[in-house]
Design a protein around this ligand. Sequence first.
Ligand code: PBG
Length: 326
Amino acid sequence: MSFTRHRRLRSHASLRALVREHAVAIDDLVYPMFVEEDLSGASELPSMPGVHHYGIEAFRREIERLSELGIKGILLFGLPAEKDELSTSAYAEHGIVQEAIRAAKAENPDMVVMTDVCLCQYNPAGHCGLVRDGKIVNDPSLELIAKTALSHAAAGADVVAPSDMMDGRVAKIREMLDDHGYLDVSILSYAVKYASAFYGPFREAANSAPAFGDRKTYQMDPANAREALLEAQSDIEEGADMLMTKPALSYLDVTLRLRQAFHLPIATYNVSAEYSMVKAAARNGWIDERSTVMEMMTSFKRAGADIILTYHAPDVATWIREEQGR
Ligand code: PBG
């Protein structure tokens, strides 16, 4: 009888390590963080245990801790003190995100500071673009989105990441950055962002749930995969340096398709509910948190992601260091 003995190469741990195809490194991780104006200290989010809102001083200390862990990138979200129709706080010179960028760079100039560029946290409608007559209007939103990106670049951001899903925002941001001499600030486009139920805890965290309607006229239909390639293609043509898929877990196929079609670095965003579900199950003793999280991280690498944005980043970094005996 003849058959293949696949188990041969699984017979002991070192052999399994030698033939392993994918690994997660601390270098792959970006930690999303919430900075809140007028907050002193840090407050933990009930729906996302271990994730906090930070006042600026607590944020600086957290940057110190992340740096010690070897984490090389953060993604910033702001919670402003004031919201208005024009999302003024989004592009204020001394807005909360702008101040956090300066604080992070002062604490660790080597930290890659990425910023989420969007309007939804900054206007009362809670939409990612400007609202006129109950509609989210595309072209008039671009100027404000680009202004927001410019203000982040001026404060010292390395990477701006537009998440609004307006058409043409990458082109507009690139033009605005170049016109002001920020030739080296790169754009990580949330190219493929689905209208997902997995953003629930984030919207609570960022106080950015839409006041009316939903985001389905600008974020993508979860049923569509070919459309992801069209979105990504447009963003590449407009000047994106890196692409993102979001959410991560339910969209591994989309990450793989992008990997196969394009050669830009690809990031995937392991979003809030993906985190909260793991935390909830782990707290109930239903899953083993560490091995579950590492399996998820590995799946993102296997699907072709270069960069993983995840709220688990500090834990993952800690576990990787433990494994390596550091
Ligand atoms: C803002 C934005 C959202 C997320 C990142 N940027 C929420 C949304 O689009 O409703 C989600 C992140 C997460 O769930 O962790 N446009």
